[in-house]
Design a protein around this ligand. Structure first.
Ligand SMILES: O=C[C@H](O)COP(=O)(O)O
Length: 250
């Protein structure tokens, strides 16, 4: 039985004041929720603040990105060990916005995945196809390439302590959600790819859905066999909406 995981990706949003209000609301809503792992991924500059605000609550902290380097002359970068010092347990790698705007390659993303694991943190590998790729019938080949990038570099063992988030690019921030059948099809495909290498890794992998997940569609999505939670963008910025989603995962 895979434990549901719901992560809020705040992207580049928040102020010290709005963060305090949001975390206060989330702590109240999450108190007593013990069957779902709940986390927030604030911008790096706010991680220390969120660590303090979250205190010993059941809100975990994730980072939105990490350096492939352990330290040194890499201006603007932040290492996995630095994130760990501030209570981070999950790190998003390969989000489509970074693939698009920072031109992150599968090779670089695999290195970030490994750097995260080497620090004892859990990488959340984000994958998904664009609308153009879907319409061209390339869903399977895109997902296969993105999943295999880590296996080719580090072997299937690398997926033993990791999470995968399937986020169809066309559903991110658009209000258009993949139907539960479309999402399930992609999640089942991801699990099948893993199972071809290692059945145990495949069975244990938490595969999250991301892309316009809202309180109104979360229950139906997360009821699907291979959907184990959500990576939530916009709706994670409103405590009541995010709570509606993690409560739907129970
Ligand atoms: O990381 C989260 C995803 O990009 C989903 O964002 P969204 O819920 O705003 O569509």
């Amino acid at each position: 039985m895979r434990r549901p995981l719901v992560l809020g990706n705040w992207k580049m949003n928040g102020t010290k004041a709005s963060n305090a209000e949001l975390i206060e609301g989330l702590k109240a809503a999450a108190a007593g929720v013990d069957s779902v792992t709940i986390g927030v991924c604030p911008p790096a500059v706010f991680i220390a603040q969120i660590q303090e605000l979250a205190g010993d609550s059941n809100i975990c902290i994730g980072a939105q990105d990490v350096s492939v380097h352990a330290g040194g002359a890499y201006t603007g970068e932040c290492s996995a060990d630095m994130l760990k010092e501030f209570g981070v347990s999950y790190v998003l790698v390969g989000h489509s916005e970074r693939r698009t705007y920072q031109n992150e390659s599968d090779e670089l993303i695999a290195k970030k995945f490994k750097a995260t694991q080497d620090a004892g943190l859990v990488p959340v590998l984000c994958i998904g196809e664009t609308l153009e790729e879907r319409e061209a019938g390339k869903l399977e080949s895109v997902i296969t390439t993105q999943v295999n990038a880590v296996i080719d570099a580090y072997g299937i063992e690398a997926y033993k302590n990791a999470v995968i988030a399937y986020e169809p690019v066309w559903a991110i921030g658009t209000g258009v959600t993949a139907s539960s059948e479309q999402a399930q099809e992609a999640h089942a495909l991801i699990r099948k790819l893993l199972a071809a290498k290692d059945a145990e890794v495949a069975a244990g992998m938490q595969i999250l859905y991301g892309g316009s997940m809202k309180p109104g569609n979360a229950a139906e999505l997360m009821a699907m066999e291979d959907i184990d939670g959500g990576l939530v963008g916009g709706a994670s910025l409103v405590a009541a909406d995010f709570a509606g989603i993690f409560n739907a995962a129970k």
